[in-house]
Design a protein around this ligand. Structure first.
Ligand code: UT7
Length: 319
């Protein structure tokens, strides 16, 4: 059994509003808000890498946990600084963790939950007693600036948790269907990300609702036991549709889409860190996390929110 010992998040300083995007794309603040719930997103400055955000979020999570070392590091990302090698060893080294096992997880927007299952598994097997799990993205580096169907949706950021032995994280339920691999992809040899928005939307609602119910059942709980739904921040309409299918009230749905958009793998830990740092999430609250993304992949897990001080901040500002 595992528990969260610390949580952190790091956002790049540059805010890009819907109006900023509307100056060069055929879109509007009204369209983006009403169709996605997104009001703004953070984009890293050129030269800022996914590793930079991962290190800052990781350092914040370690500080939140009161630890200076862990037994393993996992980084979930779709946008590693380079395609080879994995960034986890470099992130670990920059955190002063030379020598610890470190690997990346690639499950696009489900990356945090796949990483969580990896972390919990390392602990259950006895390979590690503490794991730093970071989910970090600079999705802006793979967005086609002329594609209004994706450029308005994605943002950059990183979230991290330290996992240790204890009770609080329920069974991680994961799934995939590679028949839909082309729906969310960077085509081989190409630079930019492509998404078939409509198909993904439909599939996301069904898969997220089903896997969330399975995670609840495997924890021995029903929707009434949930204090907060923390869904991958894909689109406000997707999150609300999933909540409706679970019989949850909109007021129980945590959301930071308005400020950060869809940060892919990073979205759930950024959301949790934000909600905890700003008092929406309290020790003892029961949280249902659920995600869907490229692959196609999906996953869900319940959490009992721990008594920790979340460290939510901006890259380059004091931590
Ligand atoms: O994070 C991984 C998982 N990702 C997701 O779950 C994303 C899932 N998909 C979505 O969130 C939505 O499909 C989008 C937000 C991407 C698109 O919203 P939609 O309501 O599905 O719009 P649509 O693709 O059906 O397009 C409706 C119209 C089209 O115009 P016509 O053909 O009706 O004239 C689009 O060209 O809206 C147009 N459109 C836009 N208009 C203004 C598409 N993007 C934009 C835009 N601004 N940014």
């Amino acid at each position: 059994m595992s528990v969260i010992l610390g949580v952190g998040a790091s956002l790049p300083p540059r805010v890009v509003t819907n109006d900023d995007l509307a100056t060069r794309l055929d879109t509007s603040d009204e369209w983006i808000r009403s169709r996605t719930g997104i009001g703004a997103r953070r984009w890293a400055e050129p030269g800022t890498t996914t590793s930079d955000l991962a290190v800052d979020a990781g350092a914040r999570a370690l500080r939140s946990a009161g630890l200076s070392t862990v037994d393993a590091v996992i980084v979930a990302t779709t946008t590693p600084d380079r395609s080879c090698p994995a960034i986890a060893p470099a992130v670990a080294a920059r955190l002063g963790l030379v020598g610890v096992p470190a690997h990346d997880v690639a499950a696009v927007c489900t990356g945090f939950l796949y990483g969580l299952a990896n972390a919990v598994g390392l602990i259950a097997s006895g390979a590690a007693r503490t794991v730093l799990l970071v989910a970090a993205e600079t999705f802006s580096t793979i967005l086609d600036p002329d594609d209004r169907g994706t450029a308005v949706i994605f943002g950059d950021g990183a979230g991290a948790v330290v996992i240790g032995e204890g009770e609080g994280i329920g069974p991680c339920v994961l799934g995939s269907d590679g028949r839909g691999a082309d729906l969310i992809q960077v085509p081989a040899g190409e630079r930019y990300f492509r998404m078939s928005g409509k198909e993904v939307f439909r599939e996301a609602v069904e898969r997220m609702a089903d896997v969330a119910l399975e995670a609840l059942a495997r924890t021995g709980l029903g929707p009434d036991d949930v204090d907060h739904l923390a869904p991958h921040q894909a689109n406000r309409r997707i999150c609300d549709a999933v909540a409706r299918r679970l019989g949850l009230d909109e007021s129980e749905v945590l959301s930071d889409l308005d400020a950060v958009g869809n940060t892919a793998a990073a979205s759930i830990p950024v959301l949790l860190a934000d909600a905890a740092a700003h008092g929406r999430l309290k020790a003892g609250d029961r949280v249902l996390t659920v995600a869907f993304g490229g692959g196609l992949t999906w996953g869900a897990a319940t959490l009992v929110w721990p008594d920790v001080t979340a460290d939510f901040g901006v890259l380059g500002e004091d931590r």
